[in-house]
Design a protein around this ligand. Structure first.
Ligand code: F6R
Length: 279
Protein backbone atom coordinates (compact mmCIF):
# COMPACT_ATOMS: atom_id res chain seq x y z
CA UNK A 1 0.00 0.00 0.00
CA UNK A 2 1.25 3.51 -0.81
CA UNK A 3 0.55 5.78 2.12
CA UNK A 4 0.50 9.54 1.81
CA UNK A 5 -0.32 12.09 4.46
CA UNK A 6 -1.14 15.48 2.99
CA UNK A 7 -1.16 18.77 4.87
CA UNK A 8 -4.97 19.12 4.96
CA UNK A 9 -8.23 18.09 3.29
CA UNK A 10 -7.66 20.42 0.34
CA UNK A 11 -4.19 19.06 -0.39
CA UNK A 12 -5.48 15.48 -0.06
CA UNK A 13 -8.34 16.22 -2.47
CA UNK A 14 -6.05 17.94 -4.96
CA UNK A 15 -3.57 15.09 -4.90
CA UNK A 16 -6.33 12.52 -5.38
CA UNK A 17 -7.86 14.50 -8.26
CA UNK A 18 -4.43 14.65 -9.96
CA UNK A 19 -4.18 10.87 -9.71
CA UNK A 20 -7.62 10.31 -11.27
CA UNK A 21 -6.84 12.94 -13.93
CA UNK A 22 -3.60 11.10 -14.70
CA UNK A 23 -5.56 7.93 -15.42
CA UNK A 24 -7.76 9.83 -17.89
CA UNK A 25 -4.75 11.64 -19.42
CA UNK A 26 -3.11 8.27 -20.10
CA UNK A 27 -6.29 6.43 -21.04
CA UNK A 28 -9.11 8.64 -22.37
CA UNK A 29 -11.53 5.68 -22.34
CA UNK A 30 -10.77 4.96 -18.68
CA UNK A 31 -13.25 3.19 -16.44
CA UNK A 32 -13.59 5.08 -13.16
CA UNK A 33 -15.02 3.56 -9.99
CA UNK A 34 -16.54 6.26 -7.82
CA UNK A 35 -17.73 6.77 -4.25
CA UNK A 36 -20.20 9.10 -2.59
CA UNK A 37 -20.06 10.56 0.93
CA UNK A 38 -18.41 13.72 2.17
CA UNK A 39 -14.80 12.59 1.67
CA UNK A 40 -14.53 12.64 -2.17
CA UNK A 41 -16.41 15.91 -2.65
CA UNK A 42 -13.13 17.89 -2.73
CA UNK A 43 -11.57 15.39 -5.16
CA UNK A 44 -14.55 15.84 -7.50
CA UNK A 45 -14.36 19.64 -7.23
CA UNK A 46 -10.68 19.58 -8.19
CA UNK A 47 -11.29 17.08 -10.99
CA UNK A 48 -13.87 19.41 -12.55
CA UNK A 49 -11.39 22.30 -12.22
CA UNK A 50 -8.61 20.28 -13.89
CA UNK A 51 -10.96 19.20 -16.68
CA UNK A 52 -11.84 22.84 -17.35
CA UNK A 53 -8.33 24.26 -17.03
CA UNK A 54 -6.72 21.59 -19.19
CA UNK A 55 -9.71 20.82 -21.37
CA UNK A 56 -9.24 17.23 -20.28
CA UNK A 57 -11.66 15.17 -22.30
CA UNK A 58 -14.03 12.91 -20.32
CA UNK A 59 -16.27 12.03 -23.27
CA UNK A 60 -14.97 8.47 -23.54
CA UNK A 61 -14.86 7.75 -19.83
CA UNK A 62 -17.22 5.23 -18.21
CA UNK A 63 -18.08 5.40 -14.52
CA UNK A 64 -19.35 2.85 -12.01
CA UNK A 65 -20.48 3.78 -8.51
CA UNK A 66 -19.92 1.63 -5.47
CA UNK A 67 -23.41 1.64 -4.05
CA UNK A 68 -26.95 2.95 -3.90
CA UNK A 69 -29.75 2.85 -1.34
CA UNK A 70 -32.64 0.46 -1.82
CA UNK A 71 -35.94 2.12 -2.61
CA UNK A 72 -34.73 5.62 -3.51
CA UNK A 73 -35.50 6.75 -7.07
CA UNK A 74 -32.68 8.48 -8.94
CA UNK A 75 -34.61 11.74 -8.54
CA UNK A 76 -34.56 11.55 -4.71
CA UNK A 77 -32.20 14.25 -3.41
CA UNK A 78 -30.45 11.76 -1.09
CA UNK A 79 -29.99 9.09 -3.75
CA UNK A 80 -26.41 8.49 -4.78
CA UNK A 81 -27.55 9.11 -8.36
CA UNK A 82 -28.48 12.67 -7.37
CA UNK A 83 -25.25 13.08 -5.39
CA UNK A 84 -23.08 12.12 -8.34
CA UNK A 85 -24.85 14.43 -10.78
CA UNK A 86 -24.59 17.31 -8.33
CA UNK A 87 -20.96 16.84 -7.33
CA UNK A 88 -19.32 15.44 -10.46
CA UNK A 89 -21.20 14.31 -13.53
CA UNK A 90 -22.75 17.65 -14.39
CA UNK A 91 -19.46 19.52 -13.86
CA UNK A 92 -17.66 17.11 -16.18
CA UNK A 93 -20.47 17.28 -18.74
CA UNK A 94 -20.94 13.49 -18.71
CA UNK A 95 -23.79 11.88 -20.62
CA UNK A 96 -26.19 9.60 -18.78
CA UNK A 97 -25.05 6.56 -20.76
CA UNK A 98 -21.45 7.02 -19.56
CA UNK A 99 -22.48 6.51 -15.95
CA UNK A 100 -23.47 3.33 -14.16
CA UNK A 101 -25.18 3.31 -10.78
CA UNK A 102 -27.03 0.44 -9.20
CA UNK A 103 -30.79 0.83 -9.44
CA UNK A 104 -32.22 0.71 -5.92
CA UNK A 105 -35.72 0.65 -7.43
CA UNK A 106 -35.13 -2.44 -9.60
CA UNK A 107 -37.93 -5.01 -9.33
CA UNK A 108 -35.38 -7.82 -8.95
CA UNK A 109 -32.51 -6.43 -6.88
CA UNK A 110 -30.44 -9.61 -6.99
CA UNK A 111 -30.66 -9.62 -10.78
CA UNK A 112 -29.69 -5.93 -10.83
CA UNK A 113 -26.50 -6.81 -8.90
CA UNK A 114 -25.61 -9.58 -11.35
CA UNK A 115 -26.22 -7.26 -14.30
CA UNK A 116 -24.04 -4.57 -12.72
CA UNK A 117 -21.08 -6.94 -12.42
CA UNK A 118 -21.65 -7.97 -16.03
CA UNK A 119 -21.53 -4.32 -17.10
CA UNK A 120 -18.20 -3.83 -15.29
CA UNK A 121 -16.79 -6.85 -17.13
CA UNK A 122 -18.10 -5.63 -20.48
CA UNK A 123 -16.48 -2.24 -19.86
CA UNK A 124 -13.13 -4.02 -19.44
CA UNK A 125 -12.91 -3.74 -15.64
CA UNK A 126 -12.38 -0.71 -13.42
CA UNK A 127 -9.10 1.15 -13.87
CA UNK A 128 -9.18 3.14 -10.65
CA UNK A 129 -11.62 2.76 -7.77
CA UNK A 130 -12.10 5.77 -5.49
CA UNK A 131 -13.05 4.82 -1.92
CA UNK A 132 -13.88 6.45 1.37
CA UNK A 133 -13.79 4.64 4.71
CA UNK A 134 -16.43 4.46 7.43
CA UNK A 135 -15.51 5.00 11.07
CA UNK A 136 -16.09 1.25 11.55
CA UNK A 137 -13.78 0.41 8.65
CA UNK A 138 -16.45 -0.20 6.02
CA UNK A 139 -15.84 0.44 2.34
CA UNK A 140 -18.76 0.87 -0.06
CA UNK A 141 -21.62 -0.55 2.04
CA UNK A 142 -19.55 -3.58 3.04
CA UNK A 143 -20.07 -3.48 6.78
CA UNK A 144 -17.92 -5.34 9.35
CA UNK A 145 -18.41 -9.07 8.85
CA UNK A 146 -18.81 -8.80 5.07
CA UNK A 147 -17.13 -11.49 3.02
CA UNK A 148 -13.71 -10.36 1.85
CA UNK A 149 -14.48 -12.13 -1.43
CA UNK A 150 -18.01 -10.74 -1.72
CA UNK A 151 -19.60 -9.67 -4.98
CA UNK A 152 -22.17 -6.94 -5.66
CA UNK A 153 -25.24 -7.71 -3.56
CA UNK A 154 -28.09 -6.41 -1.44
CA UNK A 155 -26.81 -5.58 2.05
CA UNK A 156 -28.33 -4.53 5.36
CA UNK A 157 -26.89 -1.34 6.75
CA UNK A 158 -25.27 -1.34 10.19
CA UNK A 159 -27.28 0.65 12.77
CA UNK A 160 -24.25 2.94 13.12
CA UNK A 161 -24.21 3.68 9.38
CA UNK A 162 -27.94 4.41 9.52
CA UNK A 163 -27.33 6.79 12.44
CA UNK A 164 -24.32 8.41 10.68
CA UNK A 165 -26.30 8.93 7.47
CA UNK A 166 -29.40 10.25 9.21
CA UNK A 167 -27.85 13.73 9.02
CA UNK A 168 -28.74 13.73 5.32
CA UNK A 169 -32.39 12.74 5.88
CA UNK A 170 -35.31 14.31 7.72
CA UNK A 171 -34.74 11.83 10.55
CA UNK A 172 -33.35 8.35 11.16
CA UNK A 173 -36.68 6.75 10.21
CA UNK A 174 -36.23 7.97 6.65
CA UNK A 175 -32.81 6.36 6.15
CA UNK A 176 -33.15 3.22 3.99
CA UNK A 177 -32.30 0.01 5.87
CA UNK A 178 -30.78 -1.76 2.92
CA UNK A 179 -28.57 -0.91 -0.03
CA UNK A 180 -27.01 -2.43 -3.12
CA UNK A 181 -23.25 -2.47 -2.93
CA UNK A 182 -20.21 -3.72 -4.77
CA UNK A 183 -18.57 -6.48 -2.76
CA UNK A 184 -15.01 -6.44 -1.49
CA UNK A 185 -14.09 -9.04 -4.11
CA UNK A 186 -15.46 -6.71 -6.81
CA UNK A 187 -13.51 -3.75 -5.42
CA UNK A 188 -10.24 -5.69 -5.22
CA UNK A 189 -10.46 -6.45 -8.96
CA UNK A 190 -9.99 -2.76 -9.84
CA UNK A 191 -6.54 -2.14 -11.35
CA UNK A 192 -5.84 0.52 -8.76
CA UNK A 193 -7.63 1.49 -5.54
CA UNK A 194 -7.48 5.03 -4.19
CA UNK A 195 -8.81 5.37 -0.65
CA UNK A 196 -9.13 8.68 1.18
CA UNK A 197 -9.80 9.67 4.78
CA UNK A 198 -10.12 12.88 6.68
CA UNK A 199 -11.07 13.65 10.25
CA UNK A 200 -10.12 12.27 13.67
CA UNK A 201 -13.17 9.97 13.67
CA UNK A 202 -11.46 7.92 10.93
CA UNK A 203 -8.12 7.53 12.76
CA UNK A 204 -8.87 4.11 14.33
CA UNK A 205 -10.25 2.61 11.12
CA UNK A 206 -7.37 4.11 9.09
CA UNK A 207 -4.65 2.63 11.31
CA UNK A 208 -6.53 -0.70 11.39
CA UNK A 209 -6.70 -0.72 7.60
CA UNK A 210 -2.97 -0.14 7.22
CA UNK A 211 -1.41 -1.72 10.30
CA UNK A 212 -4.00 -4.12 11.64
CA UNK A 213 -4.61 -7.72 10.63
CA UNK A 214 -6.68 -8.40 7.53
CA UNK A 215 -10.10 -9.02 8.93
CA UNK A 216 -13.72 -9.05 7.79
CA UNK A 217 -14.36 -7.03 10.95
CA UNK A 218 -12.50 -4.14 9.31
CA UNK A 219 -13.41 -4.51 5.63
CA UNK A 220 -10.97 -1.82 4.41
CA UNK A 221 -8.08 -4.00 5.66
CA UNK A 222 -8.74 -6.20 2.60
CA UNK A 223 -6.89 -3.51 0.62
CA UNK A 224 -3.67 -4.96 2.06
CA UNK A 225 -4.28 -7.75 -0.46
CA UNK A 226 -4.48 -5.36 -3.40
CA UNK A 227 -1.30 -5.06 -5.51
CA UNK A 228 -1.70 -1.28 -5.93
CA UNK A 229 -3.73 0.54 -3.30
CA UNK A 230 -3.01 4.22 -2.66
CA UNK A 231 -4.11 5.55 0.72
CA UNK A 232 -4.18 9.32 1.17
CA UNK A 233 -5.29 11.16 4.28
CA UNK A 234 -4.70 14.35 6.25
CA UNK A 235 -3.03 14.55 9.68
CA UNK A 236 -6.10 13.97 11.88
CA UNK A 237 -6.93 10.65 10.17
CA UNK A 238 -3.23 9.65 10.33
CA UNK A 239 -2.96 10.35 14.08
CA UNK A 240 -3.00 6.68 15.14
CA UNK A 241 -0.51 5.31 12.61
CA UNK A 242 2.37 3.79 14.55
CA UNK A 243 4.81 3.85 11.64
CA UNK A 244 4.00 7.27 10.28
CA UNK A 245 7.66 8.36 10.08
CA UNK A 246 8.45 5.32 7.98
CA UNK A 247 5.55 5.99 5.57
CA UNK A 248 6.72 9.57 5.14
CA UNK A 249 10.24 8.29 4.47
CA UNK A 250 9.00 5.82 1.83
CA UNK A 251 6.88 8.55 0.24
CA UNK A 252 9.93 10.83 -0.08
CA UNK A 253 12.07 7.98 -1.40
CA UNK A 254 9.67 7.15 -4.20
CA UNK A 255 8.83 10.76 -5.08
CA UNK A 256 10.21 10.26 -8.60
CA UNK A 257 8.32 6.99 -9.17
CA UNK A 258 4.98 6.84 -10.98
CA UNK A 259 2.03 6.75 -8.63
CA UNK A 260 -0.11 4.65 -10.97
CA UNK A 261 0.43 0.98 -11.76
CA UNK A 262 1.87 0.24 -15.21
CA UNK A 263 -0.95 -2.23 -15.90
CA UNK A 264 -3.57 0.49 -16.34
CA UNK A 265 -2.03 1.15 -19.75
CA UNK A 266 -0.52 -2.32 -20.20
CA UNK A 267 -2.98 -4.86 -18.78
CA UNK A 268 -0.62 -7.74 -19.56
CA UNK A 269 1.67 -6.43 -16.80
CA UNK A 270 -0.94 -7.00 -14.08
CA UNK A 271 0.63 -9.56 -11.71
CA UNK A 272 -2.80 -11.09 -11.08
CA UNK A 273 -3.25 -11.76 -14.80
CA UNK A 274 0.15 -13.40 -14.94
CA UNK A 275 -0.77 -15.61 -12.01
CA UNK A 276 -3.90 -16.79 -13.83
CA UNK A 277 -1.98 -17.31 -17.08
CA UNK A 278 0.61 -19.42 -15.26
CA UNK A 279 -1.98 -21.88 -13.89
C1 F6R B 1 -20.20 5.73 -0.29
C2 F6R B 1 -19.34 4.75 0.35
C3 F6R B 1 -19.09 4.76 1.82
C4 F6R B 1 -18.36 6.02 2.28
C5 F6R B 1 -18.07 5.96 3.78
C6 F6R B 1 -17.43 7.24 4.28
O1 F6R B 1 -20.30 5.48 -1.68
O2 F6R B 1 -18.86 3.94 -0.35
O3 F6R B 1 -18.33 3.63 2.15
O4 F6R B 1 -17.17 6.14 1.57
O5 F6R B 1 -19.26 5.75 4.48
O6 F6R B 1 -18.33 8.27 4.17
P1 F6R B 1 -17.89 9.80 4.39
O7 F6R B 1 -16.97 10.14 3.28
O8 F6R B 1 -19.17 10.59 4.31
O9 F6R B 1 -17.23 9.86 5.72
Amino acid sequence: MFIKVERDYEAMSQRAAEIVADVVRGKPAAVLGLATGSTPVGLYRHLIRIAREERLDFRQVTTFNLDEYEGLPASHPQSYHAFMWKHLFEGLGLRDEQTNLLDGMARDLAEECVRFEERIRQAGGIDIQVLGIGADGHIAFCEPGSSLAGRTSVVSLHPQTIADNSRFFENEEHVPRRALSMGIGTILEARCCLILANGANKADAWSGMIEGPISAMLPASALQLHPWAIAICEPAAAAKLRHLDYYRHVDRERADQPLLPPWILQPERDPRRRAVAAV
